[in-house]
Ligand binder design. Structure first.
Ligand SMILES: *Cc1c(COP(=O)(O)O)cnc(C)c1O
Length: 382
């Protein structure tokens, strides 16, 4: 594990810069070549080898942010997850997966793994005992996600990492919701850290990308599979992502601060039944979150009172947009019952605790007073 001593914002602004030797420009040049010299060179570069200059250098920033030796950048978060899983699982192997993970990951496992004879078990809950109970002799990987979507449950990262180490099982985490700013799972022993860079890394709702960070040994394994699957990202988008990541620390810290204020405020409102946010003392894993997170993140969920219509509420918002994705500098909301969990039956949603009135709130950088005002006016006009 390579630990850089640089501060967060210094890493964001500087690590992985490409020096413009020719013209001394202030920012990294974009190298768009899809073909490079191959005679007498140390590295044979090719876009699908994940090693063009822009790919190689931005990966250094991600590795530094995640306290890992090295990293790779992918065409989407799902490309990152699928390439990572397939690097460590083959026919006859087994993976333990936290039950409350990103829907796309669940679909990937359920739809593709049976074709490949890869066995999987979704845990019953997210306690250490739930993970332990799901382990089999052929388990090769344990995958967790914390805080989780949309109810912001918090998994004990250290406990799962320790359990896996004891059984010689590799661990991976989807660190998208917390982002590297609020959580560095490598510090608690997790092997592979994965991000949908479409979210906080990009941060402006205009980039689709993914990333994985890990040890050189593990990342070599992923590279071997990835060059065959081919889910690399264009250098144009890599360059955009580098620009976005310069402000990652600033953005996410501001969003996190706003989220805590909004969560505390929402908790006190008559129109709100319940607020789910790891930074509230009422959250069941508040102490655990405090221990393993540097900030509680900028995602929260709240439940409107039963008589209030969540669909109309979203339409009445003027500043806050109802939007599929999350993590942009602009605040957005989403109703899981209408979107991510719409294919489940009412009974299945009830069992998961996802009510029709549940609103997932991705808190942006706006003035908190304006966000409160927007929510108040929307409620009044219902
Ligand atoms: C969006 C998301 C993904 C998938 O990322 P894409 O970039 O959309 O492929 C994975 N995990 C989490 C937690 C996400 O929010």
């Amino acid at each position: 594990m390579s630990k850089t001593k640089l501060g967060l914002n210094t890493i964001c602004a500087h690590v992985g810069e490409i020096k413009d030797e020719q013209f001394k420009g202030a920012v990294s040049p974009i190298y768009l070549s899809s073909s490079y010299e191959y005679l007498d060179v140390d590295i044979k570069r090719y876009p699908r080898y994940f090693n063009t200059p822009n790919q190689e250098y931005l990966a250094k920033k991600i590795a530094a942010l995640e306290h890992k030796e090295t990293a790779m950048i992918f065409g989407s978060g799902m490309a990152a997850i699928s390439h990572m899983f397939l690097a460590f699982l083959k026919a006859g192997d087994h993976i333990v997966v936290q039950n409350t993970i990103y829907g796309g990951t669940t679909n990937f496992i359920r739809e593709e793994f049976p074709k490949l004879d890869i066995e999987f078990t979704f845990t019953n809950g997210y306690s250490k005992a739930d993970f332990e109970a799901a382990i089999q002799p052929n388990t090769k990987l344990i995958h967790i996600e914390t805080p989780s979507n949309p109810l912001l449950t918090v998994t004990d990262i250290k406990a799962v990492a320790k359990l896996a180490k004891r059984k010689k099982i590799i661990t991976s985490i989807d660190n998208t919701f917390a982002s590297s700013v609020n959580q560095t799972p490598a510090d608690f022993g997790i092997d592979l850290i994965m991000h949908s860079a479409t979210k906080y890394y990009g941060g402006h709702s205009d980039i689709c990308a993914g990333a994985v960070a890990g040890s050189k040994e593990h990342m070599d394994k992923i590279w071997n599979v990835s060059k065959n699957l081919g889910g690399s990202l264009s250098d144009f988008t890599i360059w955009m992502l580098e620009r976005s990541m310069k402000t990652l620390g600033l953005r996410v810290k501001a969003q996190t601060k706003n989220a805590l204020k909004m969560a505390k405020w929402l908790q006190k409102q008559d129109f709100v039944k319940h607020v789910y946010y790891p930074g509230l003392k009422s959250h069941p894993e508040y102490e655990l979150a405090k221990m393993q997170m540097k900030g509680f993140g900028a995602m929260l969920s709240f439940e409107l009172q039963d008589e209030l219509d969540a669909v109309i509420f979203q339409k009445k918002l003027k500043l806050i947009k109802a939007s599929m994705s999350l993590a942009g500098v602009e605040s957005t909301v989403l109703n899981p019952a209408q979107t991510s969990h719409s294919l489940l039956t009412q009974a299945q949603r009830d069992a998961l605790g996802i009510s029709d009135g549940l609103i997932r709130f991705s808190v942006g950088i706006e003035a908190v007073k304006d966000l409160k005002q927007d929510i108040k006016q929307a409620i009044k006009s219902l």
